[in-house]
Each structure stands twice: as structure tokens, then as C-alpha cells.
Design a protein around this ligand. Structure first.
Ligand code: TXA
Ligand code: MG
Length: 327
């Protein structure tokens, strides 16, 4: 059964149009993955470089087989535990997947999303749906429909509004095309949970040294970045930071604070950030969008704890441009 709005969206996808839709991670900018012209529109709308390939969203493991020519046992094992959910697997591609989707690579990234609207859209369109995050290239990913409208509204045929997303950061990307599984991007599923299923993952930093295949093309650029300059600080430095914020605002600047404890600090944007890593991830992009909307030019971000459950948040803070180690 397709809800009316989803049926309309599915018809647009089948006709080669662009639809933004919610997933459990972030909103996606979707097109028919088997239609080269439609996929080309995604790159134009985002201003995305052609060398950065897209994730193909499918219904289930059978859908994966329609775009991947080989689904290795490790993929089956991970699918069993984590799909539907925020895990993307890079697998050898079938020839029918256009080069526009994979940026000419011989592999394709696939994911079975958990969000009910995303699932209904794929089922109603009866197509694999190529979808990057629905933000302008290098800008902060959208976790609400309003974020999508702000950045891409004019380029879209339809947006399905499913409310705020529940995970809040993108899927974990694991490359299974080589002899050992490689973590290309930390994300919604923590590394240790994946390692319990397939053993130790090769990390991109060691992949870049050349002993395993090239890292994900999309991991090389600055990404997820708000307009403000971001500066990391430790909780003990709070008084000093409060003084720097006050001085910045006195001289006509606009400052933001992202911290666990924000009592008694005055700034243009004061954002209280959760101590739990999942709650922090859910809130992070909305906080960065708030900083942009308020036109803050300087933001102080309290360092987050070390530990594997903070890996994805620490990665996104670093790539948002936090000066000094974000962790
Ligand atoms: O949670 C998510 O993954 C969201 C939602 C919409 O599903 N999508 C998303 O897409 O984050 P995007 O395009 O923003 O990020 C896709 C990542 C990029 O880092 C890209 O380089 C990598 O996946 N990727 C895609 N295809 C690949 C391939 N064949 N080999 C290596 N990396 C690939
Ligand atoms: Mg993205």
C-alpha cells in the first residue's frame, strides 16, 4: 500500500525526477538509480563533484542482488544483523548500474534504510533509489525537511516530510570488495558492533597508506561544514571561553557555544549538547544549522569524550572544521 504523497513521489522517481525523502540517518536526495539522466540531476542540484559516488537504496538483500554482482558471506552476515538500518556496504557492481552512480568505479554502495517512508518509497517506485544526503555539497547534512528546503528547495520536484530523523548522522560505510573489510566512514552503527560480526575492520587511515584499496572518494573533502569558524575547547576552559565569547560579541561578531553545561554563558547561539553519544549525534546537525541560520561567525565546541561510540561524532566535528582535535 502506498500513501498518496508517497505514490506521487514514486511516480516522480519513475519519470526521472528528484525527490527528497527522510531516512533514519539524514534526508536523502533521491532519483532512479538506473536512469543516468536522473542521476545526473542529483550532482547538479548538490553541486557535487562527479568523482564522488552515490549510495543506492534498496528494499532488502534481494534488491541488493539486482545491483551487486556478488554478495559475499560477510555482507550476508552484516545484512542479517544491521539491515534495515544505518549501514552501507560497498560491493562489486553489476553492469546495469550507470557509471554516473558509481563515479566510474567497479563497485556500488548499497543500503537498506529503516525509515518507514524511505521503505515505502522504494517499494512504490519499484526502483533502486540513488540518494546522497540532501544538502549542498560540503554543507551540513539535513535532519529535517526545513533544512532540505533551505539548501535545495528550488531544485526538487517534491519533498516528503517525515519529521526530524532519529539517528542524525549518516550511515557507516564498509567496503567489502577486498580481502578484508574496510571502514570507509564511521556512522550510525558503531565500529565495535560491526567488528563483533566480521572481525577487525581496516581503518581508512591505514587504507590510505596503500596496503588496501583506495579509501572512499567522498572522504577526502572538507564536509558537513557550517559557515562559522569552529574552535574546540575542554570543560576546564569554560570561563576563558565565556570571556572570549563576550569579547567577540562586543566587537560586533556573533558567537556560538556548543557544550554540555551552558549555564551562565551568553552568546548569539547557546546550544546545550547531550552527554550521551547517540543523543549528541541526533542533535549535532540541527545545532550546526542553527549556527548558520543565526549567521554566527565563530563557534566554540566542547570536546567530546574518546571511545569508539563517539567516533562518528568526532569524525563529523573534525570535518565540520573544528580547529584542534575535536575528541
Ligand atoms: O546515511 C546515509 O548514508 C545517507 C542517507 C541518505 O542514506 N546518505 C549519504 O550519502 O550519506 P552521501 O552521498 O552523502 O555519502 C555517500 C558516501 C560518500 O562518502 C561516498 O564517497 C561513499 O559513500 N561511496 C559511495 N559509493 C562508493 C563506492 N562505490 N566506493 C567507495 N565509497 C563509496
Ligand atoms: Mg553527504
Amino acid at each position: 500500500m502506498c500513501a498518496a504523497a508517497v505514490e506521487e513521489a514514486a511516480a516522480i522517481i519513475r519519470a526521472g525526477g528528484l525527490v527528497a525523502f527522510p531516512t533514519e540517518t539524514v534526508y536523502g536526495l533521491g532519483a532512479d538509480a538506473l536512469n543516468t539522466i536522473a542521476v545526473g540531476r542529483i550532482y547538479v542540484a548538490k553541486g557535487r563533484p562527479a568523482f564522488n559516488p552515490l549510495i543506492v537504496h534498496v528494499d532488502d538483500v534481494e534488491g541488493v542482488r539486482t545491483v551487486a554482482r556478488h554478495v559475499p558471506p560477510m555482507a550476508e552476515a552484516l545484512a542479517e544483523v544491521f539491515w534495515p538500518g544505518p549501514l552501507t556496504l560497498v560491493l562489486p557492481k553489476r553492469p546495469l548500474v550507470p557509471d554516473a552512480v558509481t563515479a566510474g568505479l567497479d563497485s556500488v554502495a548499497v543500503r537498506v534504510p529503516a525509515h518507514a517512508v524511505a521503505r515505502m518509497l522504494i517499494a512504490c517506485a519499484q526502483r533502486p533509489i540513488a540518494a546522497p544526503s540532501a544538502n549542498a555539497s560540503t554543507r551540513v547534512s539535513p535532519t529535517t525537511a526545513a533544512h532540505v528546503v533551505q539548501q535545495l528547495g528550488a531544485s526538487l520536484d517534491l519533498i516528503l516530510d517525515g519529521g526530524p530523523t532519529s539517528v542524525g548522522i549518516e550511515s557507516t560505510v564498509v567496503d567489502l570488495t577486498g580481502p578484508r573489510p574496510v571502514l570507509l566512514r564511521p556512522g550510525g552503527i558503531p565500529r565495535d558492533a560491526i567488528e563483533r560480526v566480521v572481525g577487525e575492520l581496516v581503518l581508512v587511515s591505514s587504507a590510505a597508506r596503500g596496503d588496501v584499496p583506495l579509501p572512499s572518494p567522498g572522504m577526502m573533502e572538507r564536509h558537513y561544514a557550517p559557515q562559522a569558524q569552529l574552535v574546540a575547547f575542554d570543560a576546564e576552559e569554560r570561563d576563558d571561553i565565556a570571556a572570549r565569547i563576550a569579547a567577540h560579541e562586543r566587537s560586533g561578531g556573533r558567537a556560538a557555544l556548543l557544550a554540555h553545561d551552558v549555564d551562565d554563558v551568553t552568546a548569539t547561539c547557546v546550544l546545550s549538547m547531550p552527554r550521551d553519544s547517540e543523543a549528541y549525534a541526533r542533535k549535532l546537525y540541527a545545532a550546526l544549522h542553527t549556527i548558520d541560520d543565526a549567521q554566527c561567525d565563530l563557534a566554540f565546541v566542547e570536546r567530546v569524550p574518546f571511545g569508539v561510540q563517539w567516533d562518528a561524532v568526532r569524525d563529523r566535528l573534525r570535518r565540520a572544521g573544528v580547529a584542534g582535535d575535536a575528541g
